[in-house]
Design a protein around this ligand. Structure first.
Ligand code: ADP
Ligand code: MG
Length: 296
């Protein structure tokens, strides 16, 4: 089972992350009929309590506060939590408030990174700074980056009329989600109901459009990464041949050094999806091993 992993994150409180996380989880479970888990990493636990205390639903929740603020430990703990659900559920929604002590590498665990932001000047510049902090992840050559989705949150039509996003120079490519409007009725729903319970409400419409776009972005992301995975695995194999150890082993075993002539060292790909395992020529591998550990 392929899991669509969605991180709802921003460094600002009050932008609507927990409201979106809870209602998005319900949408995936009840409108898209996906087996859904909400992993609430926010200390306040608002989104998981909302799901747990409102009417019953099939969304599974987990609330955990990872308070180990050594960045590396936090990354490992958080990654383990996410990986526990990989391949076991269809959709994982994760609600997180970002702090400077967190390691942006965690973003590689996700397919989609949804950043809700209001469109006021002050909030947009905070969002720009946040995206700059995590920006290297989306640029990186050492992993498959997630797709960044900016979500105009709690906005009014008047604010959108000024076209705040195209005027802004974000350093990272992103997709813009349909806006979520500021709607007083949404406030009243906390722990009681979900926005989709009244299908005719304008909140149901705006959250519904946003959720649909997120699902669509997930499909596009999966399609493109499945194609990239093959190339990525390919590149990693080539890189391996460029390390000092490989060059040393190549010299020892009298094989050609990568870079001098790659064609013979290059692994062959069958065209099938691969998980970055190289398909080394076994006799050459044996030779290399023998040069290091001696013949059998
Ligand atoms: N679309 C909306 N319209 C009006 N109020 C909203 C909307 N989304 C969230 N809120 C309210 O804004 C406040 C912060 O929302 P919350 O989801 O807790 O944000 P965060 O998780 O980013 O801190 C809450 O009082 C919530 O009811
Ligand atoms: Mg929250």
């Amino acid at each position: 089972m392929e899991t669509l992993k969605i991180l709802v994150v921003s460094q600002k409180g009050g932008v609507g992350k927990s409201t979106l996380s809870a209602n998005l989880s319900i949408w995936f479970s009840e409108k898209a009929f996906k087996n859904t888990v909400l992993l609430d990493l926010d200390p306040h636990g608002s989104s998981s309590t909302w799901i747990d205390e409102a009417r019953s639903s099939d969304v599974v929740t987990e609330h955990c506060v990872l308070d180990d603020f050594d960045a590396r430990r936090w990354l490992i703990d958080c990654r383990n939590r996410v990986r526990r659900y990989t391949s076991k559920v269809e959709v994982l929604v994760c609600d997180l408030t970002w702090t400077a002590a967190m390691d942006p590498e965690i973003l590689y665990e996700f397919d989609l990174v949804v950043v809700p932001t209001s469109v006021s000047l002050i909030e947009l510049s905070a969002t720009t700074r946040f995206i700059e902090t995590i920006g290297w992840v989306f640029d990186s050559k050492s992993g498959i980056p997630p797709t960044l989705l900016l979500c105009p949150s709690r906005v009014s039509d008047a604010e959108l009329a000024t076209d705040p996003f195209t005027q802004r120079d974000f350093s990272v490519p992103f997709m813009l989600l349909p806006p979520i409007y500021n709607d007083e009725s949404v406030r009243q729903l906390f722990k009681k109901q979900f926005v989709f319970d009244d299908v005719r409400s304008s909140a149901a419409q705006s959250y519904g459009r946003c959720a649909q776009a997120i699902q669509q972005a997930g499909i596009i992301h999966k399609q493109s990464t499945n194609a990239v995975k093959v190339k990525f695995a390919d590149r990693r194999c080539l890189d391996t041949h460029n390390t000092k150890l490989s060059r040393y082993m190549a010299e020892k075993s009298n094989t050609r050094i990568a870079g001098q002539k790659l064609t013979t060292d290059r692994p062959v790909f069958t065209g099938k999806k691969t998980n970055s395992k190289s398909t080394e020529n076994p006799s050459k591998l044996t030779k290399i091993l023998e040069s290091v550990i001696g013949p059998k």
